[in-house]
Design a protein around this ligand. Structure first.
Ligand SMILES: [Zn+2]
Ligand SMILES: [Zn+2]
Length: 269
């Protein structure tokens, strides 16, 4: 993660054809209230780890797999490439494992966020104060003045979407880079919480969280009434399982959320 990270593209970042804007300024990201899609200039591949290259006016001369992508990625000047031909209405994207061509005014997001926005620096280059990384179902909040990280979750998230949202690399990167071992997961706006999600948090997610340096995590979800029905599951599938992985994971009813959020002292001891 960039140390001067200020923002990510809402929705993970678009690939765009030549008919749509792709800003050059590194700080230009797609904000949640943007009306027209624009391309992300900080795309990164989650499979090969490479920053994504792009250029208008080319396409591959032949179909090819990862080998072609790797060879093209290594070529400094695509205008001299023997593997490419002119394609004025297309934009060619490449990482070390994948090639994508986008035509005209099309905008496209990679399935499963194989390529996604790696974060944009702040315009001034100055270190950001309150940092809010807002995405479709999450907002990750960091402040130099608050000793823990807050992650808001929202919407109807089935297990796979829930997992995708909570394995957002920025959560772990911020825990590590900003020394924030304490995290509040605010699930007050979640439309649903199932036992499968709690089990996954306790058994699987806690391992990755602990590996990033996270020590305590407060998960806030469900009103007090439902919370009482879930308390056994929280305790056994959540807290106990997480403790075995080195994470102190606790669950709170929504009514206690503000208490938890304000009570910085909860994390103090
Ligand atoms: Zn971006
Ligand atoms: Zn790749």
């Amino acid at each position: 993660m960039r140390s001067d990270l200020a923002s990510i593209c809402f929705g993970g970042g678009f690939l765009v054809g030549p008919g749509l804007e792709l800003p050059e300024a590194p700080h230009a990201n797609l904000s949640p209230d943007a009306r027209v899609a624009s391309g992300c200039n900080q795309l990164e591949c989650s499979l090969c780890g490479a920053p994504v290259r792009h250029r208008v006016g080319f396409k591959a001369a032949r179909a090819g797999g990862p080998e072609l992508a790797a060879a093209l990625y290594a070529e400094a000047d695509w205008a001299r490439s023997k593997s490419l031909i002119a394609a004025p209405s297309g934009r060619l994207y490449a990482c070390k494992c994948t090639l994508v061509e986008i035509a005209d005014a099309n905008a496209f997001r990679m399935p499963n966020r194989t390529w996604s926005c790696a974060g944009h620096p702040s315009p001034s280059g100055a270190p950001p104060g309150m940092l809010v990384l807002q995405d479709e179902h999450t907002a990750i909040m960091y402040s130099p003045n608050i000793p823990y990280l807050r992650v808001d979750l929202g919407g109807l998230l089935q297990l796979d979407a829930f997992q995708q949202v909570l394995t957002n690399k920025f959560i772990f990167a911020l825990v590590a880079a900003k020394s924030r071992p304490h995290v509040v997961l605010n699930g007050a706006q979640l439309a649903k919480l199932g036992t499968d999600q709690v089990e996954w948090l306790g058994a699987t997610w806690s391992r990755r969280a602990a590996a990033s340096g996270m020590k305590r995590c407060s998960f806030v979800a469900l009103g007090a009434q439902h919370f009482a029905l879930f308390s056994q599951i929280f305790e056994h599938s959540g807290t106990k399982a997480a403790r075995a992985n080195g994470l102190d994971l606790r669950f709170f009813p929504i009514e206690q959320f503000h208490e938890t959020w304000e009570a910085v002292s909860w994390f103090g001891g």
